[in-house]
Design a protein around this ligand. Structure first.
Ligand code: 5GP
Length: 182
């Protein structure tokens, strides 16, 4: 697979503007409360860093890490916790921050796990949403962009740990003329 270096799917400016609007919405909704933002590693690290700096609320930030697709582009449906929260979230308002919701399996599992710990609330914020790929119902309260069922990289999202540093969201495509599958 290689990066389609044509027009980005979502450009840097478009992302910046949308993240600002999402931060304003979150600031308004949680006014007067302290929020625990939980980033899902590794893909959400760029989005969370930008979002958190624009949310005008007292914040605590934590991360969870779950197993990913590795070098494959297909969801295995298996969710494994690699790093749990450091914070106690009992009685707290929690915002799960994810890079992309695809089948929804990861967030369904994570939200369920966090709700068992007695938080005041758990909501989901995702930069990207692949609605067509959904296998389970999950409410994404704050959603950046709807994207088509393509494999996207950049702005934190990887392919075999590459492309996370791109400031925009791009699409991976088969290498031209190679006939390769991956
Ligand atoms: P889900 O459990 O919703 O199927 O998958 C969510 C996770 O799969 C995301 O956090 C992300 O790590 C990975 N994922 C799903 N679609 C894509 C994609 O198009 N590109 C990349 N890089 N990762 C994806």
């Amino acid at each position: 697979m290689e990066l389609d270096t044509g027009k980005p799917l979502i450009g840097e400016e478009e992302i910046r503007a949308r993240v600002t609007r999402m931060a304003e919405e979150i600031t308004r909704d949680y006014r007067g409360r302290e929020l625990v933002m939980v980033g899902v590693l590794k893909g959400a690290f760029v989005f969370l860093a930008d979002l958190a700096r624009e949310v005008e609320l007292p914040l605590q930030i934590d991360f969870v890490a779950v197993s990913s697709y590795g070098a494959d582009t297909e969801s295995s449906g298996v969710v494994r916790i690699i790093k749990d929260l450091d914070l106690d979230i009992e009685g707290r308002d929690v915002l799960l921050v994810e890079d992309i919701v695809d089948t929804g399996l990861t967030l369904k599992y994570l939200a369920g796990m966090l709700r068992e710990r007695g938080p005041a609330s758990v909501e989901v914020c995702a930069l990207l949403n692949k609605l067509d790929a959904r296998k389970v119902d999950i409410v994404v309260k704050y959603c950046g962009f709807e994207v088509p069922p393509l494999f996207v990289v950049g702005y934190g999202l990887d392919y075999a740990e590459r492309f996370r540093q791109l400031p925009y969201v791009g699409v991976l495509k088969e290498k031209e003329g190679s006939g390769e599958e991956s």
